[in-house]
Ligand binder design. Structure first.
Ligand code: NAD
Length: 370
């Protein structure tokens, strides 16, 4: 059978490789962005979304892959940053042929990009991708994978949230603290459960009422979408979608801390300063929500996946946050800027070390033999 997959490069400055994959037979239209592999092969989820145009998809995949470089750098996962998007409506366009073609596309990149589950792609979809490439992680435990990352993300957010309480109030105790959770999905509901168990008063809002109703059984108090963004509380924990911190929402927040699981929370980098100006302590999103990527990165350890190793690494998230808040205080910059600077420095140092190592290798045929 002839493969109809066509792969073409899209030149994007600042990115190692951005590639378009089109397969007319299965209807696949996808883009993979490999942002940076200085620290290791690029890893990031495969998202399916009904983007209106290719430019919209390109914008998203660029932003997300760069975010993965930063997240992995600060979490010291030994991985670089990448991401993939499929242009299509998950309700209409999912098929076995589409995911097999996606697998061939990932495989053609020779391991420079490793894929995983993301918005609108399931483990079942990734199992199909896996039939065409070995460069897939996050599959079921029974298949040697690290399993669903969400409980690990939620665990890291819970620890990071407590570190924020300690930084702000001098104690990481949850008893008597009020937390407003936006989004009661996989991460938000696991976080809510931990917080309730730790004695916090937890409010939650979700577009899907059933999810909040289920949490009410655990003692969580329901809130509307508007209330969750404006209620007096100690912590606002956004666990829904990105870009919720903007010119409209920040002035209305009545929280002392923002610490949640969602990615790309700040609409623009300047919104980190707006939070700081309002004296709201911010736990940078890609630092506090790194539990999932940390868990998956352990699949690359020489002995294979080991949950104990993953948990020990996730338990360092509070320390990473405290370091950022210290830099933020000393240098009078918002924590979000401190995180970006730290991530950029980690990548630049590794790039410098690699360059120095390659320069110190004697050219073939000259020297080396004494
Ligand atoms: P999910 O789809 O299971 O849950 C998201 C929930 O948010 C859904 O229930 C949805 O109805 C709700 N929601 C959407 N918009 C809302 C709004 N305006 N107000 C209230 N609720 C709203 O997703 P998830 O896996 O829990 O991930 C949540 C966030 O965390 C996402 O931004 C994701 O990118 C990020 N994240 C997840 C992981 C992970 O391991 N799952 C890792 C890192 C980051």
């Amino acid at each position: 059978m002839t493969d109809t997959l066509q792969i073409s490069d899209i030149p994007v400055p600042g990115y190692e490789r951005v590639v378009r994959g089109v397969d007319p037979k299965s209807g696949l239209r996808a883009i993979v962005a490999v942002h940076d592999t200085t620290l290791g092969p690029s890893l990031g989820g495969l998202r399916m979304w009904p983007y209106a145009t290719e430019d919209e998809a390109l914008f998203d995949v660029k932003r997300l892959s760069r975010g993965m470089t930063f997240k992995s750098a600060v979490a010291h996962t030994g991985l670089g940053g990448g991401k993939a998007v499929i242009l299509g409506d998950p309700k209409q366009h999912k098929s076995e042929a589409l995911y097999l073609a996606m697998g061939r596309f990932v495989d053609a990149l020779g391991g420079k990009y490793i894929t995983a589950e993301d918005v609108n792609t399931s483990v079942a979809d990734l199992e199909i991708v896996r039939r065409a490439t070995k460069h897939v992680v996050g599959l079921e435990r029974k298949d040697g994978g690290s399993g669903n990352p969400s409980p690990y993300t939620a665990y890291g957010v819970f620890l990071g949230l407590r570190a924020a309480l300690k930084w702000r109030f001098g104690s990481d105790g949850c008893k008597g603290r009020t937390v407003a959770i936006q989004g009661a999905g996989a991460v938000g509901s696991a976080l809510a459960r931990r917080l309730v168990e730790a004695g916090a008063r937890v409010h939650a809002a979700d577009k899907n009422q059933d999810r909040v109703a289920w949490l009410q059984g655990l003692g969580v108090l329901p809130a509307t979408e508007h209330e969750i963004l404006t209620m007096p509380c100690d912590v606002f924990a956004p666990c829904a979608l990105g870009a919720v911190l903007d010119d409209q929402t920040i002035p209305n927040l009545q929280a002392k801390i923002v610490a949640g699981g969602a990615n790309n929370l700040l609409l623009e980098p300047r919104h980190g300063k707006l939070l700081a100006d309002r004296d709201i302590l911010y736990a940078p999103d890609y630092v506090i929500n790194a539990g999932g990527i940390i868990n998956v990165s352990v699949e690359f350890h020489p002995g294979g996946y080991d949950e104990k190793v993953a948990l020990a690494k996730i338990e360092r998230i509070p320390q990473a946050l405290e370091e950022l808040w210290t830099i933020s205080k000393q240098e009078r910059i918002p924590p979000s800027d401190a995180a970006d600077r730290l991530a950029e420095r980690i990548v630049a140092d590794a790039r410098g070390a690699k360059k120095a190592a390659s320069c110190s290798v004697p050219p073939k045929g000259k020297g080396g033999g004494g």
